[in-house]
Each structure stands twice: as structure tokens, then as C-alpha cells.
Design a protein around this ligand. Structure first.
Ligand code: SD4
Length: 283
């Protein structure tokens, strides 16, 4: 572990840099590592980084935006998260309240919202004109009646990319995935790792998850070991991408574990690294 004040964040544009800067400034101004991490993640939630963090992005099939966040603090291996948080903008701060005011590690869905409201967070609609537009565009492109049968999706047979059904086979996620190149424009989410001058680490994530997901879906970002992980005196990692695949392999945990065994941090970061060592994402 490097002993210095370091803030590392996923991505470099659309608010992510401000998030990094704000976290660093918060720490330099005397705030705790965790407070600084939360400040960084909250910056992205406020700025709706890439529309993939915070309100007004990645609408589910019903058009609702929900939020996932995870926090990990090195000393004591403290951890807390929220998943599918509804109608509250501050996912990272709610996750922090879970850490500070409960003995639990994760709260989900409507009950996470009720907890947040009891803690004094305000309730607000996470839908925006932009997210409604995303929903409409997707419906126009994908939810047309089937060409052969002229059947429009019914409740049992919907057109979303995350359903496996016969009629709307061509919308299946696997086809979308194989047809697309993964680059910075189609996966995002903020993941942040902070290391302080004594080598202590905090890490966390915040996201509004996958677009057009089936309501109720929990992604990788709030799952310990998947969205982020750290081991004191070894290092931290955070991951973004196709959460439905990633969460099956705990890539952040695996990366830190490889580092614990002596691998260089860049060794296991994936196809865009120089190294050909990869986290196995298939079995
Ligand atoms: C998820 N990994 O929910 C997150 C979000 C993401 O591109 O990175 N989307 O699957």
C-alpha cells in the first residue's frame, strides 16, 4: 500500500473529475476518509455523472430510477450499502447512515427508502424529462409489436433486454452484449478508492444501475466484493460494467486477493490493460 493522500476514481469526464477533486479537498480540509469518500460519491450523484449516477438516469422498464451504493472502510472492515433505493437522491449518504446508525450491512428497496426518510433524508421523484425521454426512445426502438405475430408485449411477455422469451428474442441482452464494444460510453458508475498518509483505505461506489432493467433487479455495485472491495494494508478495487455478469465472480474481491498474493495492481484490470492476466469472467 502506498502511504500518501490518494483518491482514485473511475472515469475522467462529466463530473467524475469533480467528484475526485471534492473528495480530495474534503480530506485535505480535515474531514475523515469516509466523509471525504461520501463527499466524492455524492458529488457524482448531484451532477448525475454520465447519467449513470444519481437521479434521472438508467430508468427501469417502468421508467423509475433507483440507486445502489456501497461503502467500505478499511479499519474494522466496516461495510454498508443500499440497493434499489427509491425516491431518495443521496444513495451514498443513506449507505453511510446504515453504517453509522445500524448494525446492518445492507438495506434494499422500499424499506431502504423508509429508513432514509426516518433518518431525515427528503423524498423526491428521481424521474426527470431526460429519463422519461430515455424510456420513450427505448420503447420506440425495442417495444414494437412483433413483426411476425403482430403481438405487442403483454405482462407475461415483455420486450425488455433482460427477459428471456421467444417472441422478443432479438431484444435479448446476450445479443446486445455480443453486438457492442465495451468502452467508456457504455459502462460507467462511480467507484472510488481513497488511501491516506497512514496507508488506511476506504472504497465505495454509487450508480443508478443498468438501463431498462426489470424492476427489483440488484446490480453488482452495492455487493461487497463485486462493486468494490479492500483489504487493509493490501489495497482496494472498484469495478463497473455488466453487473449481472460481474456479480457472479466478485471481481473487486478477486483483484484485491490477487494483490494480497503479490500481483501488481495493473495485472488484473482486464482487456484494456497491457497485461494478459485477466479476472476470469466466465467459468
Ligand atoms: C450495474 N455495474 O448495475 C452497474 C452499472 C454500470 O454500466 O456499470 N453500468 O450493472
Amino acid at each position: 500500500v502506498v502511504k500518501a493522500q490518494i483518491v482514485v476514481t473511475t472515469w475522467g469526464a462529466d463530473g467524475f473529475q469533480e467528484a475526485t477533486f471534492n473528495a480530495f479537498e474534503a480530506y485535505r480540509n480535515g474531514n475523515s476518509r469516509m466523509a471525504s469518500l461520501v463527499e466524492g460519491l455524492s458529488t457524482c450523484e448531484r451532477l448525475q455523472c454520465d447519467t449513470t449516477v444519481g437521479y434521472g438516469g438508467s430508468p427501469d422498464e417502468n421508467g423509475e430510477t433507483t440507486l445502489d451504493a456501497l461503502l467500505i472502510d478499511g479499519p474494522g472492515h466496516k461495510m454498508s450499502g443500499v440497493a434499489q433505493l427509491r425516491r431518495v437522491k443521496d444513495a451514498a449518504r443513506v449507505a453511510w447512515a446504515v453504517m453509522n446508525y445500524t448494525e446492518h450491512t445492507m438495506l434494499v428497496g422500499e424499506q431502504a427508502t423508509q429508513f432514509a426518510l426516518r433518518m431525515g433524508f427528503s423524498e423526491t421523484d428521481l424521474t426527470t424529462n431526460a429519463s422519461l425521454e430515455m424510456l420513450q426512445k427505448w420503447k420506440n426502438n425495442n417495444c414494437q409489436p412483433n413483426f411476425w405475430t403482430n403481438v405487442f408485449p403483454n405482462p407475461k411477455q415483455t420486450c425488455g433486454p433482460y427477459h428471456r422469451n421467444e417472441i422478443f428474442k432479438t431484444n435479448s441482452k446476450s445479443e446486445i452484449v455480443t453486438n457492442r464494444v465495451i468502452d467508456r460510453y457504455n459502462h460507467d458508475t462511480i467507484g472510488m478508492v481513497i488511501i491516506d498518509e497512514s496507508g488506511e483505505i476506504s472504497a465505495g461506489t454509487s450508480t443508478n444501475g443498468a438501463s431498462h432493467k426489470i424492476p427489483g433487479r440488484v446490480g453488482d455495485s452495492s455487493i461487497p466484493g463485486s462493486g468494490a472491495y479492500l483489504t487493509q494494508k493490501v489495497g482496494g478495487a472498484a469495478a463497473t460494467g455488466d453487473g449481472d455478469v460481474m456479480m457472479r465472480f466478485l471481481p473487486s474481491y478477486q483483484t484485491v486477493e490477487f494483490m494480497r498474493q503479490g500481483a501488481a495492481p495493473r495485472s488484473y484490470c482486464g482487456s484494456q490493460c497491457e497485461s494478459n492476466l485477466r479476472i476470469p469472467l466466465s467459468w
